[in-house]
Design a protein around this ligand. Sequence first.
Ligand SMILES: C[S@@+](CC[C@H](N)C(=O)[O-])C[C@H]1O[C@@H](n2cnc3c(N)ncnc32)[C@H](O)[C@@H]1O
Length: 162
Amino acid sequence: MSRLESAINRLTAQKALLEHVAGLIGEASGTVFELGLGNGRTFDHLRQIFPTREIFAFDRAIRAHAGCIPDAEHMIVGDMRDTLRLCHPRIPAPPVLVHVDMGAGDATADLATREWISPLVAGWTAVGGYVVTDRPLELPGYAEVARPAGVPASPHLIYRRG
Ligand SMILES: C[S@@+](CC[C@H](N)C(=O)[O-])C[C@H]1O[C@@H](n2cnc3c(N)ncnc32)[C@H](O)[C@@H]1O
C-alpha cells in the first residue's frame, strides 16, 4: 500500500469512527475534547457532527486554518501535560467524547505520549463516555469497542468508559 493510500485510509477511518461514536453517544450529556487541534481538520468535523455541544480543543500552539480556530473560551493553549491537569475551572461537564489525535509517526514518541496522556484521558472521560484515539492507550476500566464493518484499516481505536 502506498503512503497516499494509507493516508486516505487513515483519514477515512478517522471520520467514520467519529461519526459512529457520535451515533453511539446520542443525546448523552457532556462536552467534547479535541486533543491536538493541529490544522483544525478534525475540530471542524467535530463541530459539524456535534453542533450543540461545547468542544474544547487543546494544543501547545495555534496553527490551525483561520476558519477552524475555537473561540478563546474553548481553545486551551499549552502543553497538555499541564493544561489537562489544570483546566477544570473552565470545563462545565466531563467530555462524553475525547478525541486523541496525537500520533507522531514514531513508535518511541508514541509510547512516550501514551504513558503520560493515558491517565489524564482516563480521569477526564465521563462515565459511559468514549475515547477515539489514533494510538493505543492504557485505560483501566475501559472496554475496547468494535469498529463498525467496512471501515478501512487504520491504527484508530475506540474505548468506552465502564
Ligand atoms: C496530528 S496533529 C493534530 C491534527 C488535527 N487533529 C487535525 O485534524 O488537523 C497533533 C497536534 O498535537 C499537538 N501536540 C502534541 N503533543 C502535545 C502536547 N504535549 N501538548 C499540546 N499539544 C501537543 C501538536 O502541536 C499537533 O498540533
